[in-house]
Design a protein around this ligand. Structure first.
Ligand SMILES: Nc1nc2c(c(=O)[nH]1)N[C@H]1C(S)=C(S)[C@@H](COP(=O)(O)OP(=O)(O)OC[C@H]3O[C@@H](n4cnc5c(=O)[nH]c(N)nc54)[C@H](O)[C@@H]3O)O[C@H]1N2
Ligand SMILES: Nc1nc2c(c(=O)[nH]1)N[C@H]1C(S)=C(S)[C@@H](COP(=O)(O)OP(=O)(O)OC[C@H]3O[C@@H](n4cnc5c(=O)[nH]c(N)nc54)[C@H](O)[C@@H]3O)O[C@H]1N2
Ligand code: SF4
Ligand SMILES: [Mo]
Length: 749
């Protein structure tokens, strides 16, 4: 074993995509360690990466396309049949109802974003206009606020004097570089402060200087009170605001009536502690803030995002070291387009960042209204399991006229599809993530396959190419011509490719598969699957030449894009593709005059309505607040299906406070029934002193089925949380679900 090579790749379990090195024994990933040479993670990993073999080689892997029989069971079919029937199924719906009735959902998980790029081509071939993804059930409220403030940001926690985590537990969920190392560094430095806003005393809160242990769902009072203290106690950076911020007076007026003492009482935190935290933020040389699911999946979510952003805008914590910065990303991300809002076809829900709100999709299927969706293409996502209201989702899947799922496993969603197409795994193809948030050096990692595709599977670029061909969208003569040019001369190819695709939107959307077919075969190391990145590299080079050159990549005109692409193709430890200064973040501000804007009337309206709304959503029937989906040591969305990947807490216990458990006579390890307006599930309990009374939590990503050792029967481990969530329980503005705030009742069994 000791002379076996180490293969470079990344961990695909969260957006960090840490570089790892893997040793193989046959097809097994037997040893995994952090890759010290990786430009971003530099050897860092968490405990989860070591378990990746359960993803690659679990019993969940599909090895043949599957076709649904009339009785709901599935049979294996060959690829030609599966592609032909998928194309025919989509074509039929397109002809009958128009391509806009074909919805695309998914497009990538944490580490596989190339499939979504190639899917653009298939969508173009069938005229699909609407799409959605998991982002539309977590981040679209924030993206909308970003659009109106003018910029999408990340916190520079490595350098911040004050770090603030709002409904975010990076100890387990990561999302900041070298999360645990960074958190410990902050905790150990007496000159730096960590403020955590979380109802639970999380692992992150344990390291914090200030834990604002808010009552679940009451952040709006806390955040509004903190902003109000900044205004009242003159903690605003007046110069920054005068020079760089529009709409200050309107914003201040909208907060005029807020009484800090009342709001402190409402959120359950001592007023003095709130004032102290606000003062610490107002007086710091630099502040970095991260808001996440704890506020984005809870009441007032979009308004929470606005208030969170006021904390750093008003204190001038933008575009300087240790504050909020805006990295030059390979593919822009995190910000909607301001201006006229597109609407979804039936519910007329706002489409933010191009995404239909997840919670309206089932309604827009289960209706005969004109414009309803009639077909669904689902790729690298498991919406029946991961979106609110699984039971409604199952009905919606059955009501559709045609559905195709592209996945590595026979998922809860795939079990309702007409055709299931088995994808090669993320270690069997060229793949990459567009979650590139590093600063000042931003890193893009193209992974090379470390294994041959499992027999019977295909990588998504090939799947989409075959679908596009079958749908008659590919001009083979044109591909041959382009390919001959690419073999001869890349710059000549570039000119020809732009000439053929520019000015023709459909051709532009077919570009990914055209690049795969024409440029792909000419690339070194059989990297055809990475061909779409050529277009992305060129687009990036046109937009950010200075950032690329600062990173050490040279060239002028189209040569800069060529050299960037070549660097990406040839580097296995990540390419520094941009180097920016904190001040360059101003270049990313999208408002007309380049200032940040806090005059957002929609948010003022929501703020004005807060006092008229109930503080609490619980009732006699449902006296507890269930956080349905908490990141823990052994959760990783549903990327792992094998429950044995978890070293402990295999069933994913319901956490309950010591006081509530005692009052209900529930012992640690006991079984309970959890009931919500959406459903009822049984689960094991963990009595846990980090939980406050009135709050219970379940881990995310549990309750997926998995073949037993015989391969004949399926076993279900843990609670599928979305059997307990339901539609309608969502942010009225952005449509994001309130998974962290499901009124519930718990009964001992
Ligand atoms: N281990 C692990 N890491 C992951 C993932 C995973 O599945 N497992 N998934 C990845 C993904 S897709 C995402 S989006 C991120 C999410 O990352 P996080 O948002 O950090 O994850 P959560 O644990 O879901 O929620 C964060 C915190 O919100 C708190 N919370 C609950 N209710 C409230 C509330 O009302 N107010 C406030 N202020 N806080 C509240 C919870 O106690 C929790 O500590 O994690 C990523 N990383
Ligand atoms: N109640 C509740 N629900 C939640 C959450 C919560 O906290 N509470 N969290 C939400 C959040 S933040 C998120 S991001 C979502 C995540 O939920 P989803 O978007 O559904 O994503 P994943 O669970 O990551 O599942 C991705 C799918 O990709 C498949 N897959 C893996 N590799 C490949 C590949 O190479 N190709 C293809 N085609 N498929 C592949 C996996 O088998 C899996 O079925 O869950 C959401 N759901
Ligand atoms: S789960 Fe996230 S933080 Fe942990 S090793 Fe994988 S990519 Fe890195
Ligand atoms: Mo997520």
């Amino acid at each position: 074993m000791s002379n076996q090579p180490w293969h470079k790749t990344v961990c695909i379990l969260c957006e960090s995509n840490c570089g790892v090195e893997v040793r193989l024994d046959g097809r097994e990933l037997v040893r995994i360690r952090g890759d010290k040479e990786h430009k971003a993670s530099a050897g860092y990993t968490c405990e989860k990466a070591l378990r990746l073999n359960h993803y690659q080689n679990g019993r969940h892997r599909l090895t043949s396309p599957m076709r649904r029989r009339d009785d709901g069971t599935y049979e294996e079919v060959d690829w030609d049949t599966a592609i032909a029937e998928t194309a025919a199924g989509l074509k039929k719906v397109q002809e009958r109802y128009g391509g806009e009735s074909i919805l695309y959902y998914g497009g990538g998980g944490q580490g596989n974003h190339l499939c979504g790029v190639y899917a653009t081509s298939t969508r173009a071939a069938v005229g699909s206009r609407y799409r959605s993804s998991a982002l539309a059930q977590e981040k679209t409220g924030e993206f909308w606020v970003n659009a109106h403030i003018g910029v999408a940001t990340r916190g520079d926690f490595a350098n911040a004097e004050v770090s603030v985590f709002v409904g975010k537990n990076p100890w387990h969920s990561h999302g900041i570089p070298h999360a645990r190392r960074t958190l410990k560094e902050i905790a150990n430095d007496p000159d730096r402060t960590m403020i955590v806003i979380d109802p639970r005393r999380t692992e992150t809160a344990d390291l914090a200087d200030v834990h604002l242990q808010v009552k679940p769902g009451r952040d709006v009072y806390l955040l509004a009170a903190m902003v109000k203290v900044l205004l009242d106690e003159d903690l605003v950076d007046r110069r920054f605001v005068a020079d760089k911020v529009n709409g200050f007076d309107e914003m201040e007026a909208s907060l005029a009536d807020i009484d800090v003492a009342t709001y402190a009482r409402n959120c359950g935190i001592d007023e003095n502690l709130i004032r102290e935290a606000a003062r610490r933020i107002g007086n710091a040389a630099s502040v970095a803030i991260f808001e996440d699911l704890g506020v984005q999946m809870a009441p007032h979510s979009t308004l929470n995002s606005y208030l969170e952003k006021l904390l750093w805008v008003l204190t001038g914590n933008f575009a300087k070291e240790g504050a909020q910065i805006s990295p030059a990303m390979m593919v822009p991300f995190g910000i909607a387009k301001a201006g006229a809002q597109k609407k979804s076809p039936v519910a007329e829900a706002p489409i933010i960042a191009g995404l239909v709100p997840c919670n309206v999709i089932p309604d827009e299927i289960l209706t005969d209204a004109p414009g309803s969706y009639r077909a669904l293409i689902i790729e690298s996502a498991n919406p029946v399991h991961s979106l609110a209201g699984s039971s409604t989702w199952r009905k919606a899947m059955e009501a559709l006229e045609f559905t195709v799922v592209i996945d590595v496993a026979m998922t809860e969603t795939a079990r309702h599809a007409d055709i299931v197409l088995p994808a090669a795994s993320q270690y069997e193809k060229w793949e990459a993530t567009f979650f590139n948030f590093e600063f000042p050096d931003n890193v893009f990692t193209l992974r090379k396959p470390i294994l041959e595709p499992l027999p019977g599977t295909l990588a998504e670029p090939e799947i989409h190419y075959r679908l596009c061909k079958e749908l008659g969208a590919i001009d083979e003569k044109m591909v041959a011509e382009l390919r001959a040019t690419a073999e001869r001369n890349r710059l000549e190819f570039a000119a020809k490719f732009y000439e053929m695709t520019a000015g023709d939107p459909t051709m532009g959307r077919l570009a990914p598969v055209l690049l795969y077919a024409a440029l792909g075969p000419t690339l070194p190391e059989d990297a055809a699957q990475a061909a779409a990145l050529w277009g992305i590299a060129h687009t990036y080079a046109m937009k950010h030449p200075a950032a690329i050159k600062a990173a050490g990549i040279e060239g002028d005109g189209p040569m800069l894009g060529e050299n960037l692409f070549d660097a990406i193709i040839s580097d296995r430890t990540g390419v520094v593709f941009s180097r920016t200064m904190a001040e360059d973040s101003w270049d990313r501000v999208k408002t007309i005059d380049g200032k940040l804007n806090v005059d957002i009337p929609e948010m003022f309206e929501l703020l004005a309505a807060v006092p008229t709304m109930p503080i609490d959503m619980t009732s006699e029937d449902f006296p507890l607040v269930l956080a349905a989906g908490e990141r823990r040591s052994f959760t990783a969305n549903t990327i792992f299906r094998d429950p044995d990947w978890r070293k402990k807490d295999k069933a994913g216990a319901l956490r309950m406070s010591v006081a509530d458990a005692a009052a209900m006579g529930i012992a640690d390890g006991g079984m309970v029934r959890v009931t919500t307006a959406g459903g009822s599930m049984t689960t094991v309990v963990e009595v846990n002193d980090s939980i406050q009374s009135g709050h219970v939590t379940l881990p995310n990503g549990q309750g997926v089925d998995y073949p037993d050792e015989s391969g004949r029967d399926l076993e279900l481990t843990g609670v599928p949380t979305n059997e307990l969530t339901y539609l309608g329980h969502q942010d009225p503005f952005a449509g994001t679900p309130w998974h962290k705030h499901v009124p519930a009742r718990v009964e001992a069994m």
